[in-house]
Design a protein around this ligand. Sequence first.
Ligand code: TTP
Length: 211
Amino acid sequence: MARREPAAFVYLASQSPRRAELLRQLGVAHRPLLPEPHEDAEALEHEIVGERPDAYVERVTRAKLAAAHRRLRRIGAPPAPIVCADTTVALGRRIFGKPADADDAARTLRALAGRTHRVITAVAIGAGRREWVAVSVSKVHVVEMTDADIAGYIASGEPFGKAGAYAIQGAAAAWIDRIDGSYTGIMGLPLYETAQLLRAAGVAIGSPAPG
Ligand SMILES: Cc1cn([C@H]2C[C@H](O)[C@@H](COP(=O)(O)OP(=O)(O)OP(=O)(O)O)O2)c(=O)[nH]c1=O
């Protein structure tokens, strides 16, 4: 049987700068595949009543991948594997996505402070008709936060655009005393699982193509 040539690059269908940074850490050459102005990326993230958080994250990630495949076909870009992901914060069955505004961020942080929650990130890779998906679940313990801590943190602007209204890679680290799981998964792209999927899809790890 002829050996498959490793893919020279992948498309990263994500607007998250963290995901691009993390993929770079694996030494994988990637090109952005971003939604066009008419695409409503947020619409993919609708919740279904009664759906479990892990099922929600996996469904949204598959929907992001399907949208990215359509985008690639529409623009007629050269084929290559597509990587996408979705991260959500869950407290029991309650899902906390990106905060809508400062009040939403404050409510979320009040709910998370003094407790352990889960950060669920699904990553999906599509190549041709094949699709690989992995789900990473991490436990994160946030210590007590005072109202002043929460107000100051929100004023910093960091909670916006982050699931659960915080960034472990940012100032929120001051209130996180332990995690059990994947640090990179909490940041938005679990690199161990991503590397496994990339290898399955025939993408070389650690040897980016020049350019
Ligand atoms: C919990 C947590 C989340 N996040 C971020 C990662 C994701 O960017 C974001 C979750 O939102 P997502 O909806 O998963 O991703 P996104 O809208 O930023 O990007 P795209 O859908 O285009 O891929 O929260 C952190 O950066 N640090 C953290 O500690």
